[in-house]
Design a protein. Sequence first.
Length: 467
Amino acid sequence: MREPVFVAPGELALARAAALRLKDALNGAVRRYYIESYGCQMNDHDSEKLAGMLREIGYTQAESKADADLILFNTCCVREHAEKRVFGNIGALKKQKDANPALLIAVCGCMMQQKEVSAKLYKRFPFVDMVFGTNELHKFPLLLEEALRGNRVLAITDSEGEIAEGLPIARSGAFSTNVTIMYGCNNYCTYCIVPYVRGRERSRNSSSIVEEVRLLAEAGYKEITLLGQNVNSYCGDGGAVDFPALLRRVHGVEGIERIRFMTSHPKDLSPGLIEAMAALPRVCNHIHLPVQSGSDRVLAAMNRKYTRASYLACVQALRGKVPGLELTTDVIVGFPGETEEDFADTLTLVEQAGYSAAYTFMYSPRAGTQAATLPDQVPEDVKKQRLQRLNTAMAAILQRNNPKYVGQSGEVLVEGCDMRTTPMAYGKLTNFKMVYFPGGEEWIGTLQRVKIIGVQNNSLIGERIDR
Ligand code: SAH
Ligand code: SF4
Ligand code: F3S
């Protein structure tokens, strides 16, 4: 892996200086931002950084788009529908901009990193003030300053992405939060646009990560999720710290009760990681391990670099070592050339792997990726029908599996409280299963011990028990 390049302190200082100038100019006036975030947790976390920079300038969060002075779309392009939605939602803002010309509209993120798409958007919507790519995030105050001077901004650079440390982060959760450990992706799965819009894999230094986690623990956070497109290939400090070693270091931070991570690429799931998961009590017994397909032929065409058998061997090794492990996955149906037989292999694989949840997608051709040019694209109606069959199969598997939880007990980190009928507190077990149990808002953010007494849809019903 290439050594990461850090954004020069001088460049960060320029952005920070712009933030201070903007704060001075604002002089206490009320300005509100509204951020709409699409796509994965990485994007959500970038939105928290954008919000952090805006708060530094003195902006506060708007309740809705209607009362915002700045509307920012942080976009995704992993599948086509994400793209269509963004164009639709931006188009719908024209009326608001006509009525309030001072309103600033900004679009950033993965979709904008594709130059043809951002150029099209910039041309089609002249009322959009700022368009910038994933490599420009840390420069946001400088770009905003430009836009506030009345200039339209279009900033997309090809840099492979440097790591910007020390950006302010306005975190949306108060007890559970994300920490990015690496950026980009080197895997070039043939269907996937991410490596083209997020650049090459690069890892943060382990000391920066551990320090961030330490500050989060100090601020009262109990659960952290370490984020990366493929955390298993984390390679920090010039190659000295791999992912299991990072987990150990993070595990040493006092006050963090739960450590999660995503996403794991099966080809890089090492025995060392399984050992670490088994040995470290605060690392949760859940892993998100996208399989994508159960057919060796399709897996090879996807460039996933594992086989059905090696994937299932991995699952078996995990289950053998990590007590109560639950597994979740992503599956794509209708990859170019996928036959009925290939799809049948996917159906038997999900059966054998025993997932507790699966995120299922119809293959969506992405311009610039290898798979988009393959012959034998699967017709839309076949994809739809396969997706439906897969979802039906998954639902049956879950229904069959769910009763096994009844009688078990575990700890729930309470996320919220549903007040619609009798107040029901809810949150996840370490294994990622959602539990509802009678309880009030005062428990939000605490760990409660529950016994499972039933199942409703795919959530569990519990009752609180004493420790
Ligand atoms: N880095 C992660 C996930 C990246 S995107 C990983 O390697 O698993 C999240 C999911 O979107 C993928 O797991 C895949 O199932 C799905 N996906 C990515 N590109 C897609 C495409 N072109 N069409 C349909 N689904 C896609
Ligand atoms: Fe995309 Fe594959 Fe990288 Fe995941 S590992 S982001 S699916 S290229
Ligand atoms: Fe994530 Fe979508 Fe970008 S899935 S990395 S926001 S293309």
